[in-house]
Ligand binder design. Structure first.
Ligand code: URA
Length: 189
């Protein structure tokens, strides 16, 4: 049977590839249309995401919705996923071994959804996805070309909640994202 996002999700929900499966309540596979042109990649589920099985539904998620609204983008039009699909205990950074064990699911999502634009949310996703020495303070908002896709990193919404001083720069980054979506996407608005 050909692999679809639904069959990938079903396999992922059974995953026991790393120790995070011992403490999770739910696997947070990701959410959005199968043919999304824009994909946001966060770090890993927090408490609310773990309890509800959905990405970015806690405080940071509400802030992400506000960020999307600023550029007239609704979360129903984009795909939202994470580097790791299970909550790291006490919201610590996901370990390298956990990120590597989990990479197979994100890789599958990318192949099946095939987005034109990827937006990394925060340092962890950008370091795994763009370059391992990625500097979020210097390189947020810049475009990178990777495997035929346009890739950008934004400050993580949780960082923007903690540090409102970073919001004006992020607003500029979001404008750049909006311009790129308008330039290369066909059905995102
Ligand atoms: N932070 C993340 O990186 N991902 C989520 O899904 C929620 C909070």
């Amino acid at each position: 049977m050909a692999k679809t996002l639904e069959t990938l999700r079903a396999e992922c929900l059974e995953c026991r590839r790393c120790a995070l499966c011992e403490t999770r309540h739910n696997v947070v596979f990701g959410a959005g249309p199968d043919d999304a042109e824009v994909m946001f990649i966060g770090e890993g589920p927090g408490e609310q995401e773990d309890l509800q099985g959905q990405p970015f539904v806690g405080r940071a998620g509400k802030f992400l919705d506000d960020m999307l609204e600023l550029i007239e983008l609704d979360r129903s039009r984009v795909y939202i996923g994470n580097m790791v699909k299970c909550r790291p205990p006490r919201n610590r950074d996901p370990l390298d071994i956990e990120q590597r064990a989990c990479a197979v699911w994100l890789q599958g999502q990318l192949e099946l959804i095939n987005p034109r634009i990827i937006v990394c949310l925060g340092r962890i996703a950008a370091m795994r996805f763009i370059r391992d020495d990625f500097k979020i303070t210097r390189e947020h908002g810049q475009w990178f070309d990777m495997d035929g896709r346009r890739v950008m990193a934004l400050y993580h919404p949780a960082a923007l909640l903690r540090d409102p001083g970073k919001r004006p720069e992020t607003f500029e980054d979001l404008r750049r994202l909006q311009a790129e979506i308008r330039a290369i996407c066909t059905h995102t608005y």
